[in-house]
Design a protein around this ligand. Structure first.
Ligand SMILES: C[S@@+](CC[C@H](N)C(=O)[O-])C[C@H]1O[C@@H](n2cnc3c(N)ncnc32)[C@H](O)[C@@H]1O
Length: 428
């Protein structure tokens, strides 16, 4: 099979209806298309997931009955076609023709008339269909209702721009490996290769590429000169600020972006734990590419008795499992795979990990709590509750409004991904 639209429709069916994550399904799908079509496949899948509610709304208006059961994949093919007509710079006759052509590969030539008619009707009625979608918040903002309500409550002034930022394509940031290069030196190497970038003084190890590019094109990537890591994630190691000779725990480490950054900044002894053995292998792979080493252990951070050797740590990074609602623009499937009830479950796990890891920190030591979530329940509320219950924990303010009642630093998606950090000091 090699028709991009047919494969996109099947991929979207697997993600939306079967609950498989896009990061699992897309690499499988990409093997089925010609190399030149991989970017198009990715664009279509990301785009449909970004605009799913409005696409559903248009089809609801245009179809007498939704396509169900064994015909369900054709419903997704319609989303693929309409997405191209509405958002991509594909000439409309080509978008319609290519979408209809996908039916041959999906072995449903009998549906050509229907798919063609719906796409043509969308073109004819586009303005009214868009106006009617804009009257329904879920379709206007293309986010689930529970999430819209949660960000409205958390950010009464900026919720709309947050939702808008989630609909954009994420930028590509590099983290320069300080063991091999200064940021300036690596910037020169990018310029020599005519790779455009900019810098932001808040992110001392970071370079923001003007356009995403294949890592094979980056100078000395394979030998560890740099890594791909969002600038917000690059703050973790800088905020924890490990020093030479210290013992550092990275308790939720995979795939190891922050573990490696810690080791790039200091000659410290890092123990990297992750519950997922397969993901832990990616930590090992990243360490190898960067010529770094850490003690990698499979383990549950909420049950340190199973893996801890009893020696306390000078610094701990706790990049806990979270809703990942700060990285929706990189993983638009999160909007449809996460449920409101997940947030409460995740908050309980985070609480358990934080409570059970705290005793592993030396008095005088520092713990950095981190999530890639924008939801206060996983962030400031979690840390405020922890501070209220632990008299030996002291907040280290990261900015002027970082206080015990509204602790931490929340970054919202924009220049960087959405991230949260709170720094805690253990009193003697
Ligand atoms: C946000 S990711 C960590 C990203 C990583 N710090 C990095 O920068 O590359 C969270 C990780 O926590 C792991 N995890 C989930 N539950 C855990 C638990 N109870 N104990 C340890 N790790 C856990 C997941 O497998 C996942 O790899």
């Amino acid at each position: 099979m090699s028709n991009v639209r047919a494969i996109a429709a099947q991929t979207l069916f697997q993600v939306v209806d079967k609950g498989v994550s896009l990061s699992t399904q897309l690499p499988i799908a990409a093997k089925l298309v010609a190399p030149k079509d991989k970017a198009l496949l990715q664009n279509i899948c990301y785009g449909v997931l970004r605009y799913l509610p409005s696409l559903e709304h248009y089809c609801q208006k245009l179809l007498e009955q939704p396509l169900k059961g064994k015909n369900r994949v054709f419903q997704f093919l319609l989303y693929v076609g309409i997405y191209q007509l509405q958002h991509m710079r594909v000439p409309s006759h080509a978008a319609v023709a290519e979408t209809v052509n996908a039916l041959a590969e999906l072995r449903a030539p009998g549906l050509k008339g229907l798919i063609n008619a719906i796409l043509r009707n969308f073109q004819r009625q586009q303005a009214e269909l868009e106006a009617s979608a804009n009257e329904i918040p879920v379709c206007k903002y293309n986010h689930p209702s529970w999430f819209i309500k949660a960000v409205q409550a958390g950010y009464p002034e900026s919720w709309e721009s947050l939702l808008e930022a989630n609909q954009q394509q994420a930028p590509m940031w590099l983290r320069v490996n300080k063991r091999q290069n200064s940021t300036e030196h690596y910037a020169d190497q990018l310029s020599e290769q005519a790779i455009g970038f900019s810098q932001d003084e808040r992110f001392v190890d970071g370079l923001l590429l003007n356009a995403p590019c294949d890592v094979d094109k980056l100078p000395n990537f394979s030998v560890g000169a740099c890594s791909v890591q969002d600038a917000a994630a690059q703050l973790a190691a800088r905020l924890l600020a490990p020093e030479n000779g210290e013992r550092v725990l990275d308790a939720c480490a995979a795939p190891g972006g922050k573990t490696c950054h810690l080791l790039e900044l200091a000659d410290c002894d890092v123990v990297a734990i992750d519950a997922d053995e397969i993901r832990l292998q990616r930590v090992e792979d990243n360490l190898a590419r960067l010529s770094l080493s850490a003690h990698c252990l499979q383990g549950d951070a909420s049950q340190p008795d199973d893996w801890w050797d009893g020696e306390q740590f000078d610094r701990i990074l706790l990049d806990v499992p979270c809703s990942a609602t700060g990285v929706i623009r990189r993983h638009p499937d999160i909007k449809w795979l996460r449920r409101a009830s997940d947030i409460e479950d995740l908050a309980l796990i985070q609480r358990k990990i934080l409570n059970n890891i705290w005793p592993l920190l030396k008095a005088g030591g520092t713990l950095l709590y981190a999530t890639c979530s924008v939801l206060p329940a996983e962030n400031r509320n979690q840390v405020a509750a922890f501070l209220a219950e632990h008299t030996d924990a002291q907040l280290v303010p990261l900015h002027s409004e970082d206080t015990e009642t509204t602790p931490g630093m929340q970054l919202l998606p924009g220049t960087t991904d959405g991230f949260y950090y709170a720094k805690l000091f253990k009193k003697n």
